[in-house]
Design a protein around this ligand. Structure first.
Ligand SMILES: C[S@@+](CC[C@H](N)C(=O)[O-])C[C@H]1O[C@@H](n2cnc3c(N)ncnc32)[C@H](O)[C@@H]1O
Length: 222
């Protein structure tokens, strides 16, 4: 199956996605990272799934023991290695979330910035994440709050204007789904979707809204 991010929206293009001129979008991106940062004690082994070029990895590296960013795009991982060169406890690895294997477990696994949608996660991917968590560890999934919809659309319009994405298909873009005329599609995990995931896993979980822009699902492993 083709992967829009890996094939078209990687490396410098992905970098430009996050170079937004929209203050409310910057606030959302900062608030999402800040929420995770406040929950780190400084010693955790962290994995960020679908980490792109390591934007979030860089922001968290000084607040944990070690952090690995994994991404399906080798171009992103190459850019990430350069981007993270001053952070000795941070590394990047090329891997598909659907075939994720590591020798060790992690205390914290992150799948942020609507990552479950980007990797097209299925229940097997989520079960594997739980297996890779150490006892006492936690996984953080985040998606968009419905209250952020108008800003999210503005951000995608900005990306389309920069030529990073195709023109937005406004007939089909609604109810948390963004569709562009070149085949790009991004979904949302609503609080109800996150509740279904939490219930299916059967471990203690919380669903939290942050900054009226993100929705987090945090699952704790006993
Ligand atoms: C919207 S970007 C987010 C990047 C990063 N999390 C951030 O917030 O800066 C989505 C990322 O998911 C990655 N991705 C898509 N499918 C993947 C998969 N199956 N396994 C691992 N990464 C994947 C893409 O290459 C892309 O870097």
């Amino acid at each position: 199956m083709s992967n829009y991010y890996a094939d078209k929206l990687n490396s410098q293009s992905l970098f430009q996605v996050y170079e937004t001129d929209i203050p409310r979008v910057k606030q959302y991106l900062d608030a999402e990272i800040d929420f995770v940062r406040k929950n780190l004690s400084g010693s955790e082994r962290v994995l960020e799934m679908a980490a792109g070029y390591g934007r979030i990895v860089k922001e968290l590296a000084s607040y944990c023991g070690s952090i690995v960013g994994m991404d399906i795009s080798a171009e992103n991982v190459e850019l990430g290695k350069e981007y993270l060169k001053d952070f000795p406890n941070a590394s990047m690895v090329t891997m598909d979330a659907h075939k994720m294997t590591f020798d060790d477990t992690f205390d914290v696994i992150l799948c942020l910035q609507n990552g479950l949608s980007a990797v097209r996660a299925n229940p097997a991917v989520i079960d594997n994440i739980i297996n890779l968590l150490a006892p006492g560890g936690a996984v953080y999934f985040s998606s968009y709050s419905a209250r952020f919809w108008d800003w999210r659309v503005k951000w995608f319009e900005e990306q389309a204007a920069k030529g990073l994405l195709g023109e937005i298909d406004y007939d089909q873009t609604k109810n948390g789904v963004i569709i562009c005329k070149d085949g790009f599609k991004a979904m949302t995990h609503s609080p109800e979707d996150f509740k279904k995931i939490g219930d299916a896993i059967g471990l203690p979980y919380q669903i939290k809204e942050v900054d009226e822009s993100s929705i987090f699902l945090i699952i704790q492993k006993k």
